[in-house]
Write a protein that binds this ligand. Sequence first.
Ligand SMILES: Cc1ncc(COP(=O)(O)O)c(C=O)c1O
Ligand SMILES: [Zn+2]
Length: 372
Amino acid sequence: MGTFICTKCHTEFPLDRPLWQCPCGGLLDIDIKADLPIELLQRRPPTMWRYREILPVVDDTNIVSYDEGFTPLVKISFARHTVFVKQDYLFPTGSFKDRGAALLISKAKELGIDRVIEDSSGNAGAAIAAYSARAGIACDIYVPENASPDKIAQIKAYGAQVHMIQGSREEVAQKTLGQAARTYYASHCWNPMFMHGTKTFAYEVCEQLDWYAPHTLVVPVGGGTLLLGAYIGFTEMLGAGLTNRLPRIIAVQAERCAPLAHAFNKEEHIAGDGLYFDTIAKGIAISNPIRRSQILTAVQMSDGCFITVTDAEIIQALKDLCARGFYVEPTAAATIAGLRRYLETAPPNEMIVSTLTGHGLKTSNLIQELLQ
Ligand SMILES: Cc1ncc(COP(=O)(O)O)c(C=O)c1O
Ligand SMILES: [Zn+2]
């Protein structure tokens, strides 16, 4: 059921090895054949596990699940356009990260792993902690000191050990990498199992649109787990003849932390290399994403582009979403701020899909402050 492939030395490894990185230090991808019996899908439960054949867990008894996924794809009108918006904030832990955690922790269980570590600004940590709890796997989560107290509380509530680290999000990742030499690194960025969980976003969108891919996909990007997952999913489906096109990927970053947008547009960084300002869209504030070149390639291959949004635009989008009954966290509102920008010049009859990635209940104090 597929193999690991190193992006650096191109060595292949079987998926039954507890790898999250190639021994040469390179990033691993997973190559898997999308052999999906579409005619059987409608008889399967409405969860992400209906795409069982493309999720590399061998034995069903190892699946760690809350019957998550198959989130609603609702239509929302913005000016002249109607956009399909995937409600991924409705996952059990309140963010799309459950897609990645469900597969990654299932695989960890299959490999007999009894302890995992992860670093996160909040949502990935909460997802890994929750699925570890369900699997009976011990879990250590490293978080930056300035992480949202509500998200830290959520991670602790699942029984994970929280380690607060002084310094930036990147310093936390560096520190965790040191620990990962001795433990299974359930990293949403390094471990490719995570993106093969998030790719179910693309499968669900296609199935919900009768196997037509949208023209355009507007997604947030920080570490790239959703963007790359979606790209993998659409590419797999195209390769298997399950859908008709690769959507143009419009990647949204916060203007105050937009290293990928700057690299894509070959602009100088306003704040100098490695130095980025803070933004209210903390989930996408990653100044040095490790899958940087893969993200840039995916956007380029899809004929897409980057859009950056200001914190003022994010607050405006948040107010608008709340007024329509969508209670999401500021990072999720950033995507809709980018979508609004995109719609200013979008052709009238495009089929566009976007998403709401994180629940507002995770950041109620901040939302209250921002909406005042
Ligand atoms: C709510 C939310 N949206 C979007 C993202 C973007 O993540 P990535 O670029 O890793 O897909 C994150 C990451 O933590 C998040 O928490
Ligand atoms: Zn290698």
